[in-house]
Structure formats: C-alpha cells, structure tokens
Write a protein that binds this ligand. Structure first.
Ligand code: COA
Length: 177
C-alpha cells in the first residue's frame, strides 16, 4: 500500500465478510492496542477478535447489518457497520458501529469515506435517523462533528479504556430527512 493507491469503500456480503475475518481482526486488535475504547480490553486477544467478527458475519447473513471495508490498493485498512434496528416501532432508525481505521492509515480520509458509505446505504435502506456513540477521548468526536452529526452529551463511566481507566461515551445522532 502506498498513499497514492486508490481508496475504496464497499459493503461485504456474508461470504466476503467471512473471508475478511483475519483482516478485520487485525484492524480491531490495532484499535485496542492504540488505546481506543471499542468494546475490548488490553488482555483480549486474536481469538476474541475473530469471535466478534464471526458474530458480525451472522448479522450480515441475516440482513441486519451492512458491513463496510475500506481499502487502499488491495489492503483492507478500515471498517464500519450500519446496524438496521429491528424493532417494529423504529423502522426508520439505524446505528453506526465499530468505525475503525488502522493506525498507520489515519488522517487520509478513510474514516470519512466509511461514514459517507454508511450514510448512503442508510438512505437506500430507507433509514433516515442514525445514532452512534463513541468514547469521549477519541478523535472520532471531531470526525462526527465535522460530518454534521449532532452531539447530545457524554455519559460518564459508561465503559472502560483498554487499560482499565474509566471512559465516558458521547452520543450523537444525524437526521437524513
Ligand atoms: C476515528 C477514526 C475512525 C478516524 O479515522 P480517519 O481515517 O483517521 O479519519 P479521517 O482521515 O477521515 O478524518 C476526517 C476528519 O475527522 C477529524 N478527525 C479524525 N481523526 C481525528 C483526530 N484523531 N483528532 C482530531 N480530529 C480528527 C478531522 O477533522 C479530519 O479531517 P482532517 O484530517 O482534514 O483534519 C480513527 O481515528 C480510528 O479508527 N480510531 C480508533 C477507533 C475509534 O475510536 N473509532 C470510533 C469508534 S465509534
């Protein structure tokens, strides 16, 4: 991968997602190692990350999640999920989850491209209210604000950082109407 290679973002069907589990597990491991609060602790390891992505593949297979892969050249360097809320009274809502870009490919626009792809897919799926939360300390807050998301507030001590410190979660929404 060089910085001149073209950047692409595409949804993965269940078969492609299953084949991508090792690459997705590497991206998740890198996020935890770089200190992001993304559901895992410093003591989690490759088998935990593979198990997580295996669960995501099940959701993709069931049509409940759209999983995106961002690449530069042939290399997978980022991912994001659009989770279609299944509640009968929220057919218009979806959640964005696990927006991850490998630490050696950040600040090149991959995160923004993943968010744009998720938004386009949400419109196609007729989901016009999007919700997400992120750790209060990460750069993701600036990313979402820049992309027009509304910050609602931070719940203190919502989760832990990988090293065990307390971490608040900051909630955002975006209406596509
Ligand atoms: C958050 C994350 C996905 C951003 O990915 P990225 O590819 O670096 O983002 P982009 O290059 O598209 O950034 C677009 C804009 O968002 C803002 N931004 C992104 N990361 C930022 C950071 N660390 N600090 C401040 N602003 C940031 C900037 O405005 C940036 O534009 P600029 O580079 O021209 O200044 C990436 O840092 C990451 O994977 N972090 C760890 C995992 C995580 O916390 N994910 C969020 C979970 S919901």
């Amino acid at each position: 991968m060089t910085q001149n290679d073209a950047m692409t973002v595409e949804p993965l069907d269940a078969e492609a997602a299953r084949a991508a589990i090792p690459a997705l597990a590497d991206i998740l491991a890198d996020a935890v190692e770089s200190g992001a609060s993304v559901g895992f602790m410093h003591w989690n390891g490759p088998s935990d990350y593979r198990a997580f992505w295996t669960g995501v593949v099940t959701e993709v297979e069931a049509g409940r999640t759209i999983l995106f892969a961002a690449r530069q050249g042939a290399e997978m360097l980022g991912t994001a999920q659009l989770q279609l809320v299944g509640k009968p009274n929220q057919p218009h809502r979806a959640e964005i989850a696990k927006v991850l870009v490998h630490s050696r490919a950040r600040r090149r626009g991959l995160g923004a491209a993943l968010m744009q792809a998720a938004e386009t897919a949400a419109r196609q799926a007729k989901r016009d209210l999007l919700v997400l939360d992120t750790d209060e300390y990460g750069g993701a807050r600036q990313l979402y604000s820049k992309l027009g998301w509304t910050e609602l507030g931070t719940i203190p001590r919502y989760a832990l950082m990988p090293d065990g410190r307390d971490c608040g979660s900051t909630f955002f929404y975006k209406s596509l109407r």
